[in-house]
Design a protein around this ligand. Structure first.
Ligand SMILES: [Zn+2]
Ligand SMILES: [Zn+2]
Length: 445
């Protein structure tokens, strides 16, 4: 013990420089060969652990370039750099560590992964980022021929679009359809992309340990939606010729968005998502069982299967800062509201246009609701003002009362004082009388 303390009298210089965010200092130190990237402090933390915890992405990159161990678990409680980055909540740092090969399944001495630590401190964007992460090489693998194959299962031109789709956090089928619409590559290879996703799902489920159940369910779900889109495309190309593909996807998008006549609830979409989940082939998977329980515990209408699925894949959200697009579910800060009802909002014009056919049936009703809400708000504001005026009057009355009382007290004091003076005067006069009587007496005697 004493020996250990002697060996590390103070923080290694490289860690001191990390704490000062002094990247030039660290660079010079490493160039001069005066420090090793693997040096640790008394808790077994390396410079990379410290830099990750502080969210200093550039320093992390420098240390990694100099050979720092990305999965170093010399920390007393076996926290990896990714654990610390997850705690920091810095997205860029987390992203850098992921692309540099950080193991997402590594657990600390409490058995917690980096994702679980991030969820614990409420860094939900980090949770989503880690849960959805996979290296692009996992997709590129399928562009190469394997075994007896003459060519890969996926044209190499599609790998990037498919990878981006997998990394997409928004799971709304409309958003997936829009992503497909934006990528001709993906649109022309939907079936092979779906097949590759199913293979990836199978491969992940058969891992001997540390199965990433989240990504496994996501692979299946994306494959399911792509298959639907592909079927839709085929159907419409048989029916009509010469029409642009994008308008064909529009028909399925409209179907998904179609609301129940009574209240506009997106029933079709709800059933679609439930069917997609039910089709998952690895029914023994704990996360899948949990997912099904969460969905079947609620009736159609009071839970949204998409919300449950998103929560399961992207991590539970404690609260939501930004509003969702009514069409594609995308969250954005600068959403545009329907100018009439001010009720629904969209991430862009394209989404607003897509939604109008459905929304126009409810817009008037929602507008009435908006008016009612505004009226109620106005009434509340007025009654609040009235109450405020009342309170103010009460306060003024009280103040006046207090002032009057004070005034009265002053008057009473005044009277008492005057009385006292008068009394004094009287006794004085009496005394003078007595004295005169006395002197008279003296005179007589
Ligand atoms: Zn949108
Ligand atoms: Zn409207």
């Amino acid at each position: 013990m004493a020996e250990k303390e002697e060996a590390k009298p103070e923080l290694p210089q490289i860690i001191q420089l990390v704490n000062l965010n002094d990247i030039t200092g660290i660079k010079n130190l490493l160039l001069r060969g005066e420090a090793k990237v693997g040096e640790t402090d008394n808790n077994g933390m390396t410079a990379l652990h410290h830099a990750a915890y502080k969210g200093y992405t550039d320093i992390c990159k420098l240390l990694l370039d100099h050979g720092a161990d990305i999965n170093d678990d010399s920390h007393d409680h076996r926290y990896s750099p990714l654990h610390f980055a997850a705690l920091s909540g810095n997205i860029e740092t987390v992203q850098l560590l992921l692309t540099s090969g950080a193991r997402t399944y590594h657990t600390n001495t409490l058995g917690r992964t980096a994702t679980q630590m991030a969820a614990f401190v409420g860094n939900h964007t980090v949770v989503a980022l880690i849960n959805n992460y996979l290296p692009i090489s996992d997709v590129e693998y399928y562009t190469q021929p394997h075994g007896l194959e003459k060519e890969g299962k996926l044209p190499s031109s599609v790998s990037r679009s498919l990878y981006d789709l997998i990394m997409q956090v928004n799971l709304h089928p409309v958003k997936i359809a829009l992503t497909v619409e934006d990528s001709k590559e993906l649109q022309n290879n939907m079936e092979s992309a779906a097949a590759v996703l199913n293979l990836m799902c199978e491969k992940e489920s058969k891992r001997s340990e540390n199965v990433n159940e989240v990504i496994c369910i996501k692979f299946h779900y994306l494959a399911y939606v792509l298959k639907t889109l592909s079927k839709e495309l085929k159907k419409s190309s048989e029916q009509t010729t010469g029409e642009k593909d994008s308008s064909i996807l529009e028909s399925i998008i409209r179907k998904w968005l179609r609301g129940r006549t009574s209240d506009g609830y997106e029933e079709y979409l709800e059933f679609y998502i439930r069917d997609a989940i039910k089709a998952f082939p690895y029914v023994e998977m704990p996360l899948f069982i949990q997912l099904v329980q969460n969905i079947s515990g609620s009736n159609i209408g009071d839970s949204w299967a998409l919300g449950v699925l998103s929560g399961c894949i992207n991590g539970q959200r404690a609260f939501q800062d930004d509003k969702e697009c009514a069409t594609c579910g995308q969250e954005s800060k600068e959403a545009r509201k329907c100018s009439k009802c001010k009720y629904v909002q969209y991430c862009n014009r394209r989404c607003q246009k897509l939604h109008w056919v459905i929304h126009k049936k409810f817009c008037d009703k929602l507008f009435l609701e908006y008016q009612k809400r505004e009226k109620q708000r106005e009434e509340e504001r007025l009654s609040e003002e009235e109450q405020k005026a009342k309170d103010q009057k009460l306060k003024e009355d009280k103040q006046k009362q207090q002032a009057d009382e004070k005034d009265r007290n002053v008057k009473v004091e005044d009277i008492i004082q005057k009385q006292e003076i008068m009394e004094k005067k009287e006794t004085q006069e009496k005394g003078e009388d007595n004295l005169s009587v006395q002197t008279e007496n003296v005179a007589i005697t």
